[in-house]
Design a protein around this ligand. Structure first.
Ligand code: KG4
Ligand code: ZN
Length: 479
């Protein structure tokens, strides 16, 4: 891509709002606001005063005169905690095009989502190029509808928040381009948002008592994360997946069982599992021998695939046309898969709570968020684990667990209030401008105790030679 003079300058000029404006070269740098100490303790001043080299931020700081300015006066200063902010959030990191307007008191003024469910059902997964086209086709309409439903125009906004990673680069670009167009035209600051941080922080919108530090289990199509959220922008990663995320395992299982994928695989499995016997297939719980907080779903997927083969289930025959016996086998597999997939979450959460309380004894909450957290079985099982350990479970409502614009707008509000944002882009930004997009972007730093075993486990996916053993054991169970 040819760099225009402006985009070259963009790289050379000092940039505000660390870590949001680092260029793509630093895409693997974790979202972690620099602090004086490691782990969860924070002596010294709050990070809102930790300086970046921001000419934008410091000039704003000088011009801030009031803490109770009203909309849209904040274009001229860093907002304070009392300020009434209106933020538009835009999300395009995967297969949903979403936008929402949220007020800083937590009021959701609008929420619009256009999903690519039909594409997903047709291809059984997200194809980046097609997803990008689908986002491009609807983004203008989705954003306009979000503004109309909120009864606002762009001029009423205080800032725009947009997901810049992690996710599919081509898709992220559509949202970022749209956000910068509006921000440039209406002179609005921009907050670049981490998708998984947004899944976490939306819980603070719905649960007003949720103060840092707290724990979060983030379970979606692409991520399985256990984190300790020490403070805004300060996260410790206790565990992650060494292969697939749980949502991916739900989606593949649904596809192989011939379920209706139009609402994604998760809800279809959840529904079918209610008809099945969860003990009928004795799938092995992943990573039993590894005493850490990491996850693995590749092996469970293989076990499910072999079980499906062993029952001669044909995914080309939709479940709606399956015989009674065939349907009952599919339901048994769905229920058995779900039981073990969630048991794996339960076991890891139990250990993570132990670790988190060692690091930070004042932790009281475990947030469970991300698409899979809309599952009622997941919620009730994790509620038991959390209660047993003296903590409280916080689950945003299902509509805020799956990808949405509200979580992006809210995360934008949280950061904007702390003075972390980018200046409005120029109104005439060239089309080939190098956007700051981070397809791979870790959330926080790895907890050292969780690191070593995870590394060695990367090699420990099911070995082909084990396949025949599993097959034999499945045959034994059936006979
Ligand atoms: O957070 P999300 O909307 O998008 C990503 O960031 O990936 O999560 C999507 C994932 C999909 O894998 C979908 O099957 C899963 O969340 N999901 C569910 C349920 N609803 C959505 N999984 C299990 N049960 C559900 N009810
Ligand atoms: Zn998500």
């Amino acid at each position: 891509m040819a760099l225009s003079t402006i985009s070259l300058l963009n790289h050379l000029l000092p940039k505000p709002s660390v870590p949001y404006t680092l260029t793509a070269i630093k895409a693997l740098k974790p979202l972690l606001v620099p602090r004086r100490t490691s782990m969860c303790s924070f002596p010294g001043p709050s990070f809102s005063s930790s300086s970046s080299s921001s000419s934008w931020k410091s000039s704003l700081a000088q011009s801030t005169t009031s803490t109770n300015s009203t909309i849209p006066a904040l274009h001229h200063g860093i907002p304070g905690p009392q300020d009434d902010l209106l933020v538009l959030g835009i999300e395009t990191s995967c297969d949903d095009t979403a936008a929402a307007v949220v007020r800083s008191n937590g009021e959701i003024l609008s929420q619009v989502i256009s999903s690519q469910a039909d594409l997903l059902a047709r291809y059984g997964g997200v194809a980046p190029k097609m997803a990008e086209e689908a986002h491009s086709q609807v983004i203008d309409q989705v954003v306009q509808e979000a503004l109309d439903k909120a009864n606002l125009s762009e001029r009423d906004l205080s800032a725009i928040a947009v997901t810049i990673g992690p996710g599919l680069g081509l898709c992220l670009r559509v949202g970022v381009r749209k956000a910068r167009k509006i921000a440039g035209r209406f002179n609005l600051p921009i907050v670049g948002v981490h998708h998984m941080e947004a899944h976490t922080l939306v819980a603070r919108l719905t649960e007003k008592d949720l103060q840092f530090p707290f724990m979060a289990l983030l379970i979606s199509g692409g991520h399985n994360l256990l984190i300790l959220a020490c403070d805004l922008g300060h996260y410790i990663q206790l565990g992650t997946t060494i292969d697939d995320a749980i949502g991916e395992a739900y989606d593949k299982t649904a596809k192989w069982l011939g379920l209706d994928m139009r609402r994604s695989g998760g809800p279809a499995i959840e529904e079918l599992a209610q008809e099945g016997d969860a003990k009928s297939f004795k799938f092995a719980t992943p990573m039993k021998q590894h005493k850490d907080c990491n996850f693995s779903y590749a092996g469970l997927k293989t076990q499910v695939r072999l079980a499906i083969e062993s029952r001669n289930i044909n995914a080309a025959i939709p479940i709606s046309s399956a015989s009674i016996q065939d349907r009952s086998s599919r339901a048994d597999i769905a229920a058995s898969f779900q039981r073990v997939a969630v048991l794996h979450l339960e076991e890891r959460c139990e250990r993570a709570i132990e670790w988190a309380l060692k690091i930070e004894p004042s932790v009281k909450y475990l947030v469970v968020s991300g698409g899979v957290a809309s599952n009622q079985y997941v919620r009730s099982q994790l509620d038991q684990v959390v209660k047993k350990n003296g903590l409280h479970l916080v689950c945003p409502p299902p509509s805020l667990c799956t990808d949405n614009g509200v979580m992006v707008a809210w995360t934008g509000i949280e950061h904007y209030r702390m003075g972390r944002f980018d200046p409005p882009p120029p109104a005439d930004e060239p089309e080939d401008f190098m956007y700051d997009i981070r397809p791979r972007w870790p959330l926080g730093e790895e907890y050292a105790e969780g690191r070593s075993e995870a590394r060695s486990m990367r090699k420990a996916r099911i070995h082909p030679s084990l396949t025949s053993l599993i097959q034999a054991s499945l045959h034994e169970q059936q006979s």
